[in-house]
Write a new protein. Structure first.
Ligand SMILES: NC(=O)C1=CN([C@@H]2O[C@H](COP(=O)(O)OP(=O)(O)OC[C@H]3O[C@@H](n4cnc5c(N)ncnc54)[C@H](OP(=O)(O)O)[C@@H]3O)[C@@H](O)[C@H]2O)C=CC1
Ligand SMILES: CC(C)CCC[C@@H](C)[C@H]1CC=C2C3=C(CC[C@@]21C)[C@@]1(C)CC[C@H](O)C(C)(C)[C@@H]1CC3
Length: 418
């Protein structure tokens, strides 16, 4: 019998039944999107134009390529880091150490790919392999999550996550049991969250751009915008890598199928949907519209980065001159809550910025199809759900002080609307 934790955390995602449904629904949605993007009608809703047979999904070449990719990213993770950061304090009062070399991994990957291309590596052939690659990524996520589930059987109770230890194997497999599964210095969750999937997303986007250049003589302006915006997002995440150590995924959520599949399969193959759509459904975009879209992305990025940096600076050192003048509320835990600046505008200004950027990533695809807006729709649902989970945790942590914060900053994500 798997060890469970003290008082049981309330079940999320509809409990074991919801988790079982999501185990099937998430991969099915990803394949539906991959197929829809390359089909003529590109319908988000409705059945796919065709169902691929096993021969279209299984390819030993894709498996080799995928394993080589994971191996390369793991090797880059193990290279000497410019800094080693400490994570948040754990239940046993210890802190884990994490290498800060994600941006270095991005640059080295770009150099290696560049070298490979000059030696004849056909990056433009990658879009043809998306289906089999997504298939092996999904298989890897299932096998890896099984390994994580087994590994948690022998982990001490103090290493388990607050959720994901209900005793129901399907639910726990989905949510993840161990908080920070590691082998020596190699932290699986931290590695997966920022490396193979996020850098893979940029590489797939670039391959789609190259393929478009092959097909049409040069990449379209819409393709350049999508590539540029998403490269900025990934580059920013890796540049501010340390900030991930205070996110809910690292500090609260166990590492199971949801995050493993999300990180290594869902992110690269569905977050590149706009570029996939543009390869098969070229859009003409004029300079005035492109400028408006760039402005929308810049506003979103400004809010996203401003809010995330303000909170990280404040959490690291509340007397830092950049945040020392902001108004705060004291809590019984000794930690303070910001009530002015970005965090005085709404309770999740970083989500607002992220959503505005999501809109800017879809607009270059025009308004003739709903498919490229999938990311915006999914992301809105994800962030609304995430916001509710975070509120519950903060209310538990900060009690009356959190209620006071909610009274002073009544809107959650969008001022005067939500
Ligand atoms: N592209 C994608 O698919 C996804 C992107 N994201 C992005 O990841 C980023 C991180 O998001 P996430 O981890 O959900 O949460 P946040 O970075 O918003 O962190 C929430 C935590 O911040 C602290 N906090 C809340 N309010 C205040 C305040 N007023 N003053 C000081 N601290 C406060 C609390 O923790 P404590 O008090 O313990 O410090 C709270 O638990 C966001 O920008 C989000 O948009 C998230 C999910 C998916
Ligand atoms: C498959 C499911 C429907 C849900 C899986 C969710 C995951 C894909 C996301 C959960 C939190 C994430 C974050 C990022 C990527 C998506 C996942 C893994 C993030 C790394 C993107 C870049 C940002 O700058 C960030 C703030 C570092 C993000 C952290 C959370």
């Amino acid at each position: 019998m798997a060890p469970t934790q003290g008082p049981r955390a309330p079940l999320e995602f509809g409990g074991p039944l919801g988790a079982a449904a999501l185990l099937l629904l998430l991969p099915a949605t990803m394949f539906h999107l991959l197929l829809a993007a390359r089909s003529g009608p590109a319908r988000l809703l409705g059945p796919p134009a065709y169902l691929p047979g096993l021969e279209a999904l299984w390819s030993p070449r894709a498996l080799l390529l995928w394993l080589a990719w994971l191996g390369l990213q793991a090797a880059l993770y193990l290279l000497p880091a410019r800094k080693v950061a400490e994570g948040q304090e754990l239940k046993d009062e210890s802190r884990l150490r994490y290498p800060i070399n994600g941006f270095q991994a991005l640059v080295l990957t770009a150099l290696l790919v560049g070298l490979g291309m000059s030696a004849g590596l056909p990056l433009g052939a990658l879009p043809e392999m998306l289906l089999p690659l997504a298939f092996v990524a999904t298989l890897t996520a299932f096998i890896f999550s099984l390994f994580l589930y087994m590994k948690a059987q022998v982990a001490p109770v103090s290493a388990l996550a607050p959720g994901g230890n209900s005793g129901n194997p399907i639910y726990d497999f989905f949510l993840g049991r161990e908080l920070n599964p590691r082998i020596c210095f190699f932290d699986f969750k931290y590695f997966c969250e920022l490396r193979p999937g996020l850098i893979g997303w940029v590489l797939i986007n670039m391959a789609l751009l190259m393929k478009e250049a092959e097909l049409r003589g040069s990449p379209s302006l819409a393709m350049w915008l999508v590539n540029g915006f998403q490269l900025l997002y990934v580059g920013d995440a890796l540049w501010h890598e340390e900030a991930i150590l205070t996110t809910m995924d690292i500090t609260h959520d166990g590492f199971g199928f949801m995050l493993a599949f999300g990180d290594i399969a869902w992110v690269p193959f569905t977050y590149s949907l706009q570029a996939q759509f543009l390869l098969h459904h070229p859009q003409s975009l004029g300079l005035p519209m492109a400028s408006v879209i760039c402005l929308i992305n810049a506003i979103g990025y400004y809010i996203f980065r401003g809010a995330n940096s303000q909170k990280n600076t404040f959490r690291k050192n509340p007397s830092d001159p950049r945040v020392a003048g902001l108004e705060t509320i004291s809590t019984a835990t000794g930690r303070k809550l910001l009530v002015s600046g970005w965090w005085g505008m709404v309770r999740h200004p970083n989500y607002l910025g992220d959503l505005i950027m999501a809109l800017a990533w879809s607009l270059p695809c025009g308004v003739s199809h709903l498919l490229p807006y999938f990311y915006l729709l999914y992301f809105t649902a994800l962030l609304v759900h995430r916001e509710a989970r975070d509120e519950r945790q903060c209310l538990q942590k900060y009690g009356l002080a959190w209620q006071e914060y909610c009274r002073r900053v009544p809107y959650r994500i969008m001022p005067y609307i939500y």
